[in-house]
Design a protein around this ligand. Structure first.
Ligand code: 5GP
Ligand code: ZN
Length: 113
């Protein structure tokens, strides 16, 4: 039994505010936004984190990075945005399904650590 929160969002068992969806990728608004625009982009297949990306599953990651600029454009982030993926405990990863944060809509702090 897959107990993954984001797999449940993909399945529709937990509601989300979707901003983009295709056959392999879902994007939805973060429930606790840290910027005026805060979107999570995830593969529909379960990949635990960046540490689990491999030659076998990286096609969906490449696709995610094709989708991200489309989402950013649709969200009006013409002044720029940040793409972040927290990987593992030291980075504070709290949901163990690969996700890329899109953060924008304001001048972001350069603080990274
Ligand atoms: P992480 O801390 O793993 O990098 O990011 C997980 C993100 O998922 C956090 O920014 C958190 O606010 C978001 N999040 C956690 N639970 C939910 C949820 O049920 N719905 C949505 N839309 N976002 C969630
Ligand atoms: Zn999952």
């Amino acid at each position: 039994m897959n107990n993954c929160l984001f797999c449940k969002i993909i399945a529709g068992d937990i509601p989300s505010t979707k901003v983009y969806e295709d056959e392999s990728v879902l994007a939805f608004r973060d429930i606790a936004p840290m910027a005026p625009t805060h979107i999570l982009v995830i593969p529909k297949t379960h990949i635990g984190s960046v540490a689990e990306i491999s030659a076998e599953n990286s096609a969906v990651v490449a696709h995610i990075f094709e989708v991200i600029p489309q989402i950013a454009k649709a969200e009006g982030l013409e002044n720029g945005y940040r793409v972040v993926s927290n990987c593992g405990d030291d980075a504070g990863q709290s949901v163990h399904h690969l996700h890329f944060h899109i953060l924008g809509g304001k001048k972001l702090s350069l603080e990274m650590a």
